[in-house]
Write a new protein. Structure first.
Lengths: 279, 316
């Protein structure tokens, strides 16, 4: 790996970052200052054209440099599965506040960070997620109080490098709510054609179909539940190529957004049909 | 330097940096600002290159070129010149920058020695400051400062280099700090060489005192020079000046300001006062006819007279 194309102050950081990342993910040596794709308006200091996503590492003097902030939305707009990790010296010149702000902002955008402590010694503190998966934090004030904690946990899982687990976590909340609805409907003498029995396992996709068939609540909302179930299944499969990853990541992100939309919408829809909203 | 010049958009990947580029420090903060500007407005000023084989070598514009690479821009506007000689290559880079942007002194200092050597071949003698200034476009003051920095031992040059990598606002041991310190240590060495046993040790102590805020301001170093020249300028005892300087150059909490105030401060204050009064007397004695009738001047002269009479009366 020839790092002479990098600026002098970046070279030591890049050398250590290459070692840490290639060991962690079982990669080969990185490419230096290579384009990811002609459409992507950024060349990372180090690049791995891995499968199923590109991993780009920027050697910088701080965890969240202005250059990354500047190009982030343009990279995201390409829709390509690209994960960014910023490598920075642990012994840096930032004030404690600026340092914490940088870490917070990087995490908010799913940009990973790797601190370099010494020659060949560094720690990948946050792995980050593919930019195409990035989601801004939910507006918690839009949700019923009983949902906030669960949504926050799911969002943290999603952004902390485990997006499909985040979706699954959100899915469990949706499932619980819909099961509750079905139980109430059954008690009210509805859902007569369904084999659903409260407290017994019943396939969630089937339950949604049953609720749709008998129009228990608003059809559009139930339609969204159906879409959520479909996308949730796709997002739990590991993509085998970058092309499949782009598709899968888009669906995972959309699925999480759809789940959030459902959790915002469901309480009102329940109550308009005389059901109690419970978790 | 007769040159064929063309303006063209060339692929960024066909360009190589110039190994002779004096700029060795690229501050991240400044690179980030440039990235924002180029992303928004593009490259407004073409870079300058020369062709060599199937690629181009940069003469000017390394930061713009690097920023274009970072932004994955395929092409960059460039002025293509003929391949210059090594001396012309260096001089061109100096002249472009002395017209446009102040480089760090250390950046210039590093290459100045090489220019000195090349000019020596061209002239047949070591170029003097005036010749260097004319060839490089740098002022004589800048050349002097650069030569002072380059004469520092490597240990201190490394400190400067480390410091230069930080954003300007975060730099403490700046080039200016070393320049102030060195210029005044030189004055001490020339006037009272006995005050310094080991110059590197003295430098270390002064750096530590500055980092610990015992020396609060880098211009305090000028007071070292004043202490060293006090035996000649204000009739201060040579042995006392040496012991004052030795106090500053020791591992203790003595600041330059304290030592200056407790030794030669008053003498210099008195000297300044005498000089001010002499000047005032001269101006009063040489007032023009028109000035003598100015109301404001007459009022001021009366006030001075009153103040002088009062002081003299008190002295009697």
């Amino acid at each position: 790996m020839d790092i002479t194309g990098l600026l002098p102050h970046q070279q030591g950081i890049a050398r250590t970052a290459n070692l840490v990342i290639k060991t962690r993910y079982n990669f080969r040596d990185a490419m230096v200052l290579e384009p990811i794709n002609p459409k992507v308006p950024w060349r990372p200091s180090l690049l791995w054209k891995a499968s199923p996503e590109f991993v780009g590492c920027e050697a910088s003097d701080r965890p969240f440099p202005r250059s990354i902030k500047e190009v982030f939305s343009d990279i995201a707009a390409t829709g390509l599965p690209i994960r960014i990790i910023v490598a920075y010296p642990k012994d840096n010149i930032l004030s404690a506040k600026d340092y914490q702000d940088d870490l917070k902002e990087a995490k908010k955008l799913g940009v990973g960070y790797l601190s370099v402590t010494d020659i060949n010694d560094g720690e990948l503190e946050y792995e980050g997620i593919s930019i195409s998966l990035h989601l801004p934090p939910p507006e918690f004030s839009k949700y019923r109080r009983c949902l906030v904690r669960g949504i926050n946990d799911a969002y943290s899982l999603y952004m902390n490098g485990n997006p499909s687990h985040g979706v699954q976590e959100l899915g469990q909340i949706v499932e619980q709510i819909i099961n509750n609805l079905a139980g109430q409907a059954k008690a009210k003498g509805k859902l007569t054609k369904s084999n659903f029995i409260p407290a017994k396992y019943y396939k969630f996709a089937k339950l949604v179909e049953d609720l749709l068939a008998e129009r228990v609540i608003d059809m559009a909302t139930l339609g969204k539940c159906r879409g959520f179930v479909d996308d949730r299944n796709i997002s739990s499969h590991k993509p085998k190529s970058r092309k499949a990853a782009a598709n899968s990541y888009r669906k995972t992100r959309n699925c999480f957004l759809l789940g959030l939309e459902l959790l915002e919408e469901l309480p009102g829809k329940f109550e308009s049909k005389g059901y109690k909203f419970k978790l | 330097m007769e040159n064929q010049v063309r303006l063209k958009r060339i692929p960024v990947d066909s360009i190589k940096p110039n190994p002779e580029n004096p700029r060795i420090v690229f501050r991240q903060e400044e690179m980030d600002s440039l990235l924002i500007s180029i992303k928004k407005y593009g490259v407004q000023v073409p870079i300058t290159v020369y062709e060599e084989g199937n690629h181009y070598i940069l003469i000017d514009g390394e930061r713009r070129w690097r920023t274009c690479i970072k932004l994955n821009l395929p092409l960059i506007p460039a002025i293509i010149q003929d391949k210059p000689s090594e001396l012309d290559n260096l001089l061109m880079m100096f002249n472009i920058h002395s017209l446009r942007e102040q480089w760090d002194y250390f950046t210039i200092a590093n290459k100045l020695t090489r220019i000195d050597e090349l000019l020596k071949k061209k002239y047949g003698h070591i170029p003097n400051e005036a010749e260097l200034s004319e060839e490089t476009g740098l002022s004589r003051g800048t050349i002097r400062r650069c030569k002072l920095l380059i004469s520092l031992p490597d240990k201190f040059k490394n400190i400067i280099l480390q410091e230069l990598r930080k954003p300007k606002a975060k730099q403490k041991l700046t080039e200016d700090f070393f320049l102030e310190m060195e210029q005044n240590l030189r004055t001490v060495k020339n006037n009272l060489p006995e005050a310094i046993d080991d110059i590197d040790e003295v430098r270390d102590i002064l750096i530590t005192k500055f980092q610990r805020d015992i020396i609060k301001n880098m211009v305090d170093f000028r007071k070292l020079g004043k202490i060293a020249t006090a035996p000649n300028n204000v009739d201060f005892k040579r042995s006392a000046a040496i012991s004052a300087l030795r106090k500053v150059f020791s591992n203790n909490d003595a600041s330059i300001e304290e030592v200056y105030d407790s030794t030669v401060g008053n003498l210099y204050g008195e000297k300044r006062l005498i000089s001010t009064f002499s000047n005032t007397l001269y101006y009063i004695e040489h007032l023009g006819e028109d000035e003598k009738s100015e109301d404001e001047i007459i009022k001021l002269l009366k006030d001075i007279k009153k103040a002088i009479e009062r002081i003299l009366k008190e002295a009697d």
